[in-house]
Design a protein around this ligand. Structure first.
Ligand SMILES: C[S@@+](CC[C@H](N)C(=O)[O-])C[C@H]1O[C@@H](n2cnc3c(N)ncnc32)[C@H](O)[C@@H]1O
Length: 307
């Protein structure tokens, strides 16, 4: 495999070698989703990470990458090595803690889903799901819950191929849709299994930073429309810094420049103190008590809104 470019993974610094420039072309499977998945695979080789990563996550991610054709088996083996742990750690100087942040992010999202189901949710919706395996792993355990995922067609179709090979789940529905082109409410309206009045957990992991501010606001509003009372939305975000830019720490300027360079600019961030009002205006109530941590993980904070 020719290794000809260094890609900085949005939301974290991820060392991934790719064939071409990352242009966010929507006819191609998401590079960022691929990078998150590989980061998860490498976390599987770091001692102690199994304390945070939900059980089965690494193995399922490896299987999915290979079964979908997103990655070759040898690439996955390479990424699950002590060597790659050292490489990721060497690059952690730029965004301290970002390598491990993905373990905490996965744990946060899964905890929200499990807690939500415990509180009566019967629907789970993962927006911009990429190669996340939570739905596939949890669907058999919660057979009375309907799991939905949405991603760009190029990514969703590839993932569907992998899920088919790994074993489909009757209660897992992969929806291939560009949410930039079609409204979430319209997408779900035509899905017979979707119940707009059901208590739902919506997960948006590492998604909002890539959407324009108006699109983020609109997405939150639509999420409030398509989910029943008692629903929750769990998401991650980068805080806005004093200079009004997404705050990635000491190397913010470099990060923002690199993000632009690779065609995946960070377009949305918010000041934590503004989150309450923002969510309220979008039909949600900010509930920090549900988050479980006030800590920043890498460059991101975690948040939960309820309806
Ligand atoms: C950084 S990846 C995160 C993947 C996954 N949430 C995770 O953390 O493992 C962002 C994902 O959002 C998807 N995405 C971005 N914009 C989208 C849009 N307009 N419609 C559907 N999916 C979108 C991308 O295709 C990609 O899979």
């Amino acid at each position: 495999m020719p290794l000809n470019s260094l890609i900085i993974c949005p939301g974290h610094l991820s060392l991934t070698f790719c064939f071409e420039e990352d242009t966010m072309r929507q006819d191609k499977p998401s590079r960022t989703a691929y990078k998150v998945a590989l980061n998860v695979v490498t976390l599987g080789a770091k001692p102690g990470m199994d304390r945070f990563l939900p059980p089965g996550t690494v193995r399922a991610t490896e299987k999915l990458l290979v079964a979908s054709g997103a990655a070759e088996a040898r690439t996955v083996r390479w990424f699950r090595s002590k060597r790659m742990v050292a490489v990721y750690e060497a690059f952690d100087w730029m965004l301290p803690g970002q390598f491990e942040a993905f373990a905490h992010r996965k744990a946060f999202c899964e905890r929200q889903v499990r807690d939500g189901i415990g509180a009566g949710a019967t629907q789970i919706l993962v927006l911009g799901a990429g190669y996340d395996t939570m739905g596939w792993r949890l669907a058999p355990e919660f057979s009375g819950v309907n799991f939905f995922e949405i991603d760009h067609p190029a990514t969703a179709d590839l993932k569907a191929k992998g899920i088919y090979a790994m074993g489909q789940r009757d209660n897992l529905c992969l929806i291939a849709e560009d949410l930039g082109k079609r409204k979430l409410a319209d997408v779900l309206k035509i899905n017979e299994s979707w119940d707009q009045s059901a208590r739902t957990v919506i997960v948006a992991e590492g998604l909002m930073i890539y959407l324009p501010p108006e699109a983020v606001r609109d997405l939150f509003r639509q999420c409030a429309v398509i989910a029943g009372v008692g629903s929750r939305i769990a998401f991650t975000y980068i805080p806005t810094g004093a200079d009004g830019r997404p705050d990635a720490g000491r190397w913010t300027g470099l990060m923002l420049w690199l993000q632009k360079l690779v065609g995946e600019p960070w377009t949305w961030s918010i000041r934590p103190e503004e989150l309450c009002l923002f969510l309220e205006e979008s039909g949600w109530t900010n509930v920090p008590a549900l988050v479980g941590t006030t800590r920043k993980h890498g460059v991101e904070f975690f948040a939960v809104g309820t309806k």
